[in-house]
Design a protein around this ligand. Structure first.
Ligand SMILES: *[C@@H]1O[C@H](CO)[C@@H](O)[C@H](O)[C@H]1NC(C)=O
Ligand SMILES: *[C@@H]1O[C@H](CO)[C@@H](O)[C@H](O)[C@H]1NC(C)=O
Ligand SMILES: *[C@@H]1O[C@H](CO)[C@@H](O)[C@H](O)[C@H]1NC(C)=O
Ligand SMILES: *[C@@H]1O[C@H](CO)[C@@H](O)[C@H](O)[C@H]1NC(C)=O
Ligand SMILES: *[C@@H]1O[C@H](CO)[C@@H](O)[C@H](O)[C@H]1NC(C)=O
Length: 365
């Protein structure tokens, strides 16, 4: 009798322990932040290097990684700062075949990627197809006993990030000899690709979306250097008007799209993030953030924009500015680590988001 009670007590205790461990596992897997990212060079953590072997080495990476990681920039990107904020390791590119670690999420972004298929073969729709395969294969491998992969609950609670469009706008602008109308006509077809991406990710279980709008293309040193302009072609800050008008039209389309999607997918959270305004404020008030010569790149050649297509960053003839932490733009196109840090800190707080949600709020309330 005593024995039986003791056995029962032990069983009960074991069951409680099991219950606690199941609950805490469940809570942990449910609450652990996970990022699934799609995009272009703004968030490529090594995709183009792994995917097409484009050699992106030093001087890219000089500020932080001290080696070429495939990131275009002197150091960390916005997405890297997001990972630090969420206490995650940096995201492995999906295309990286050499011991990737997908326990923090996965990055499908590839530099040069567009919405509509163009020069690099990883347009958004392809990145989304890769995601479908990635999810399917992850679940299959987990069922066979693999570890450090994302499970069904992880895919459901993950945040799906999209930052793409800049390359489509740039290509369209060049093709139209920098005129607004022909580009504006194509913008609905660009935005439509983002609708399709969200639709597909939703069908495959994604419920949380974080969509960046595009930055002020007309403030890039490369654009200012390559397109001869009069002062009337510039806005009050000194950026090219037509380029920024095109970017703003794209962003308006994107904002309206996210409003539509919220009505259709009522159980999803779809956040539109106004990266444009944050980036523009860097050029408008550089000294406020410790930047100097906002329209000069840091890695390149030539006054006043330090961009020369015959000596771009890393090509024979380039040089690097004295203090990269004072530059907004690294190579004429891609932002420097210091400005990525400012942008990440500001947007993760949610002040530039619709609806106003902090990054970490997807997992911790
Ligand atoms: C992958 O990263 C996670 C979190 O950073 C870590 O716990 C895990 O050990 C890593 N897995 C491998 C195989 O390195
Ligand atoms: C997922 O993988 C299974 C095999 O494990 C396959 O039968 C199925 O067609 C795949 N589904 C998709 C959508 O790729
Ligand atoms: C492109 O635009 C510039 C400035 O508006 C003009 O001078 C030039 O002739 C145009 N080139 C072509 C090929 O239309
Ligand atoms: C770049 O090189 C080309 C051909 O070598 C030359 O015609 C052009 O003037 C150069 N441009 C600059 C800005 O140096
Ligand atoms: C570089 O610029 C930053 C920001 O203005 C400043 O804090 C730092 O001291 C500078 N470093 C050097 C070596 O001049």
């Amino acid at each position: 009798m005593v024995m039986e009670i003791r056995m029962n007590a032990i069983w009960c205790w074991i069951n409680i322990l099991l219950l606690i461990s199941t609950l805490s596992n469940g809570v942990e897997s449910q609450r652990r932040p996970l990022l699934v990212n799609f995009g272009d060079s703004n968030s490529d953590t090594g995709g183009v290097l792994a995917g097409i072997g484009l050699p992106i080495g030093l001087p890219n990476g000089i500020t932080f990684f001290h080696r070429g990681t495939g990131r275009l920039g002197d150091g960390r990107l916005i997405i890297d700062f997001f990972c630090e904020h969420l206490k995650l390791s940096y995201l492995s590119p999906y295309l990286d075949s050499l011991s990737p670690n997908f326990s923090s999420g996965v990055n499908f972004a590839v530099s040069g990627a567009t919405l509509l298929p163009k020069f690099v073969p990883f347009a958004l729709s392809i990145q989304v197809r890769q995601f479908i395969h990635f999810k399917n294969r992850s679940l299959e491998l987990l069922s066979l006993g693999s570890r450090d992969l994302i499970n069904e609950e992880g895919f459901r609670s993950a945040l799906y990030m999209i930052d793409i469009g800049q390359n489509d706008l740039q290509v369209a602008l060049y093709a139209s000899n920098i005129t607004y109308r022909p580009v504006a006509k194509q913008i609905p077809s660009f935005v439509e690709e983002i609708r399709l991406a969200v639709q597909t990710i939703y069908q495959y279980g994604g419920r949380n979306f974080w969509i960046h709008n595009t930055g002020p293309l007309g403030c890039q040193p490369k654009e200012l250097a390559l397109h001869p302009h009069k002062s009337s072609d510039l806005d009050r800050v000194g950026c090219l008007r037509v380029h920024n008008r095109v970017a703003k039209t794209f962003n308006k389309g994107l904002r309206i799209l996210t409003e539509d999607l919220r009505l259709v997918y009522k159980d999803a959270v779809i956040v539109y993030v106004d990266v444009y305004s944050v980036k523009y404020s860097l050029f408008a008030n550089p000294e406020k953030y410790g930047f100097k010569n906002p329209f000069a790149a840091c890695c390149g050649r030539g006054a006043p924009y330090f961009y020369d297509r015959n000596a771009t960053c890393g090509q024979p003839g380039f040089s690097i500015c004295r203090n990269v932490s004072e530059s907004i733009v690294w190579d004429g196109v891609h932002y420097a680590e210091a400005s990525n840090h400012v942008v990440a800190k500001r947007i993760q707080k949610g002040h530039y988001s619709t609806p106003k949600i902090k990054l970490e709020q997807f997992w911790y309330s």
